[in-house]
Design a binder for this molecule. Sequence first.
Ligand code: FMN
Length: 141
Amino acid sequence: MKKVSIIYWSNGGNVEVLANAIAESAEKYGADVTVKHVQDATIEDVTMADAVAFGSPSMDNNKIEQHEMEPFIKEFKLLPNNNKKLVLFGSYGWDEGQFMKDWVVRMEDYKFNVIANLAVKESPSDKELEIAKKLGEELTK
Ligand SMILES: Cc1cc2nc3c(=O)[nH]c(=O)nc-3n(C[C@H](O)[C@H](O)[C@H](O)COP(=O)(O)O)c2cc1C
């Protein structure tokens, strides 16, 4: 059984809704799923998983959330990430997804295999939730 970990930061719930859609779908496709707010997550949640998804809103001038998500992500800079499958997801208010483009480049630089990313404006539409579910399925392959 594939182990899939979904780690996110959310305050208003928009990113959390995406996290839960990805998790629900990965579970449906047979994965052993861990879904956690980053404040409860450990590095092992990522290193022990076969595939991972990270989620954040755009905050603090078009960056991933800086107080909890950023320090967690930074931990992977010096780890051997071995081309692990990664989905990035998140929500923005006005940056039109620029924070996500920057995040993808960064995680590729950290040697993750970024298979997909999804950035939505504020709360996800039904169509965007369907895309999130597709990403959950992809993580189980
Ligand atoms: C304090 C704060 C700072 C924000 N900064 C940005 C920003 O720099 N760029 C942007 O595009 N959106 C910004 N937003 C909008 C959020 O990214 C957007 O509302 C997102 O959906 C929040 O996700 P959440 O509901 O999961 O917390 C900000 C929102 C808040 C509350």
